[in-house]
Design a protein around this ligand. Structure first.
Ligand SMILES: Cc1cc2nc3c(=O)[nH]c(=O)nc-3n(C[C@H](O)[C@H](O)[C@H](O)COP(=O)(O)OP(=O)(O)OC[C@H]3O[C@@H](n4cnc5c(N)ncnc54)[C@H](O)[C@@H]3O)c2cc1C
Ligand code: FES
Ligand code: FES
Length: 473
């Protein structure tokens, strides 16, 4: 993209739906993909909740997996701004039969996986994506889909029936041609501008040009504003096309994760390195959300109930911020300034997050885990999230302690005073019990619909005790 193209947005772009390329003209880039599909006659894609929770609107985008291989990605179309699929290929439930039912559809029929059918296209599309990436054997591919009538047994049986099948129909071959890289886009429609640069320097220049612009990456957070609140944005700068923000690199000492890497890629590529990160990603939303959500977005929202900040705080992560004037590294503990406030200055973006790897020597041992308490297992927001790291020596004396929480203060936060009290103490139940009373005093959480202040206070101490019970030798 040239600087001229950046400053002269076009009023149209193309989008391929079920193999047919259409021209999108003068539409607001914040219109959701779901709304566009339904008004264009693709009414097989259903609207249930409109906020990413039910999966009725699931469609597949022909994209790339964490290794760069072509892949269908299941996404919630109610959270995808239409600008974000400019130049891309989308498959809906109407597009997968090819003269005969697609194997996923046939399996649902055979197992009687549908009654009223409202949820069915969403389940079909989640299973369609999983059919091609080999992830049908567990329930994770359909954890983001709700069914109100059938009960899950027939649906799970349909998934299991397909799990052993070798995908050989025409979609496997077509995927290679359909899978699109995210090309540069400069678009204006309905008095809103949408930019998707592919170079970091272009994004930083755009931020100079439009200081009030809003950054967007996966839009799983901002998409709610567009879907539910019909909020408009005069200028949106999408970071999801910038390769530099989508790298994961690692050495013996650390892992650096680009701010725009989708969480499902982090799950795939870093599994087994940080147990507390694996655990929290497992409980983070559902597959469709993790296919788009990013670390940059999770930190960028500065939500006090974001799930990954406690994990990253406990692991002593640092965040790299970059602007046209250069970059700077901040310990994450210094990044959150207040409720929804961060150290990010105008013109800066989150570039990456660096996590040091476990460095223990001799008989020293690192214990580390995270916990999420919500109203239900998957696809729910935390009441309290916690992450702990304790290093002990051969005599089980505490050398290093990190206790980090979400949902207990205006920001994700560490219990620094308590961490200091733990140093030198024996790692045993007496220490944990004595520390629990100190923990109750450190934070003054609020009551809300999800949980009372008192319940949250109890969780602060009890989760630490749970950690001890699970990780004491
Ligand atoms: C159904 C559903 C379930 C969810 N479940 C969870 C959950 O279990 N746990 C949880 O923590 N969250 C959850 N979320 C919230 C959301 O998915 C996460 O916060 C996600 O990480 C946001 O990433 P994103 O890329 O989609 O951010 P976006 O929506 O694109 O952006 C979010 C904010 O971050 C800013 N931003 C984005 N990237 C950058 C960057 N590189 N630099 C600076 N600022 C940036 C944007 O300007 C915006 O203010 C859920 C959301 C939905 C809809
Ligand atoms: S309509 Fe429920 S997830 Fe989109
Ligand atoms: S069959 Fe009715 S919601 Fe699933």
């Amino acid at each position: 993209m040239t600087q001229q193209a950046l400053s002269l947005p076009a009023n149209q772009f193309t989008l391929t739906i079920n193999g047919t390329t259409t021209r999108i003209k003068n539409l607001a880039p914040t219109m959701t993909l779901l709304a566009y599909l339904r008004q264009s006659g693709y009414v097989g894609t259903k609207e249930g909740c409109g906020d990413g929770d039910c999966g009725a609107c699931t469609v597949a985008i022909a994209g790339k997996d964490s290794h760069g291989h072509p892949q269908y990605q299941a996404v919630n179309s109610c959270l995808v701004p239409i600008g974000a699929v400019a130049g891309r290929a989308v498959i809906t439930a109407e597009g997968i039969a090819n003269g005969q039912l697609h194997p996923v559809q046939a399996a649902m029929v055979e197992m009687a996986g549908s009654q009223c059918g409202y949820c069915t296209p969403g389940f079909i599309m989640s299973m369609f994506a999983a059919y091609y990436d080999g992830s049908l054997s567990d329930d994770i591919c359909i954890e983001g889909n709700l069914c109100r009538c059938t009960g899950y047994v027939p649906i799970r049986k349909a998934a299991q029936l397909l799990a052993e099948a070798v995908p050989d129909d025409h979609f496997s071959a077509e995927l290679v041609h359909r899978a699109s890289d995210l090309s540069a886009i400069a678009y204006t429609g309905n008095e809103q501008q949408f930019y998707r640069p592919t170079e970091l320097s272009e994004a930083l220049q755009l931020l100079q040009q439009y200081p009030e612009a809003t950054l967007v990456t996966g839009a799983t957070d901002l998409g709610l504003e567009m879907s539910w609140h019909r909020r408009t944005y005069p200028v949106l700068i999408s970071l999801e096309g910038i390769a530099a923000l989508k790298q994961i690199s690692q050495t013996d000492d650390y892992v650096e994760i680009g701010a725009a890497v989708p969480l499902s890629h982090i799950e795939d590529l870093l599994h087994g390195i940080f147990p507390s990160l694996d655990e929290m990603l497992h409980w983070f939303a559902a597959r469709q959300v993790r296919n788009r959500a990013t670390l940059g977005g999770n930190i960028g929202t500065a939500s006090p109930i974001g799930d990954l900040p406690p994990v990253l705080l406990a692991l002593d992560a640092t965040v790299k911020l970059i602007s046209i004037n250069g970059d700077r590294n901040l310990p994450l503990v210094n990044f959150f300034k207040g409720y929804r406030q961060t150290e990010l200055k105008q013109g800066e973006i989150i570039y990456s997050v660096t996590i040091p790897k476990k460095i223990t020597s001799g008989a020293n041992q690192r214990l580390s885990q995270s916990y999420k308490i919500g109203k239900r297992g998957t696809d729910d927001i935390s009441i309290v999230a916690a992450a702990f790291v304790i290093d002990v020596d051969a005599e089980q004396r505490i050398l290093h302690a990190r206790l980090a929480y979400g949902g207990v203060a205006a920001t994700p936060i560490r219990a620094i005073a308590v961490e200091e009290m733990l140093i030198g103490q024996p790692w045993n139940m007496t220490t944990v019990r004595s520390i629990k009373s100190a923990l109750y005093e450190v934070f003054t959480p609020l009551s809300d619909l999800r949980g009372s202040a008192n319940y949250r206070k109890m969780l602060i101490g009890n989760l630490f005790e749970k950690f001890f019970v699970e990780y004491s030798s």
